[in-house]
Design a protein around this ligand. Sequence first.
Ligand code: ATP
Length: 372
Amino acid sequence: MKLSPDMWIPPIERKPEGVPKIVALGGDGIGPEVVEATLRCIEALGLPLEISRPIHGTAAVNELGNPLPDETKRTIDAADAVLFGAIDTSVGNAKAALLYLRFDLEMYANLRPVTSVDCIPSIIGGDNTNLVIVRELTEGLYPGREGQLSDLTSKWPEYRDGRGKELPKDGAFSLRVMTPEAIERIVKFGIRLAKHRKDKGYSRGHISLVHKANMLRVGDGLFVDICRKHIEESGLSYDEIYVDEAARRLVAEPQNYDVIVTSNLFGDVLSDVASEAMGGMPMVPSAAIGDTGAYFESCHGSAPDIVGTGKANPAATILSGSMMLSYLGETEAAARLIDATLGTIRSGIKTGDLGGSATTDSFTDAICERLR
Ligand code: ATP
């Protein structure tokens, strides 16, 4: 299947004024290594771009005592797009920047495309996989609305669960919030992407709504009601799948999916599963798009076990960079970046995770060579 960057991202109406401003935030672990590799490839394309690398994360904590200084926030606010590395979810200092992008700047539509690549065998089914997971990124379980059950029960003693039972006295709670505004904007984004893919002939323009409304009757009930209404109005075909069955089908028949619209946690888990149809996490890019900006990062984490070893595969971040160029209206350059990356892998130059012996640098050199 010929990969094209606009399979993964719909056209965005808002175009940068003048030279596009890109902010690079390497983050934790291998993040800085894969971001610098990506910037080298982007620079090799020779586009007029203004790239800045504001201080953040560990360096900012060490120098200024703050992982996300105000000056860095202002640089992010003024950017047309952000290229992000990774965060170490356990100890990382880069988390502040990611939380700022997601929750303060509300980059809510997380696009996680998984497309079969001819030169990389899929260990799950589906050699013709061409799907995009559209994950709601600002609510559900992830803003971390948590606490002690004793605090909740003392403030809300009359609460009863679906079976009429009181909450237990000891333990913790994690609140999963679903609002009509967030559901509406994510399903509208999914519809826009599905229509675009259909119009361009990339896919049939079908939406799979993934949820668990049989158990989460109120929260996911709201999700399904709102999504269903908008998709029916759009005239697109759709189906509804419980998340557990959706995961099974991702392994058994990923090629049957087109656009998956789902909530935060489900999208996170499903995209890790689906990544195996594209050669694993080090290959899968992502974008998070809001009404006023967007950031682009790989789906993999900070891989603390291989930091500084030269083993990091930068492909997912490079492909995220291609999505970023597409978002900025540079579709031809975005396509060249994909072709050069896959061409390099096809030629046998690949990192260890794909069975090759290239290092982060030698793999990146080979891509840059093709771009010059
Ligand atoms: P985090 O908590 O930051 O998400 P994690 O260890 O749970 O980290 P990953 O960082 O994605 O998850 O790493 C999972 C495994 O995949 C690790 O063994 C790591 O070395 C490997 N890995 C992740 N990304 C890459 C990459 N770009 N290149 C090579 N290997 C990678």
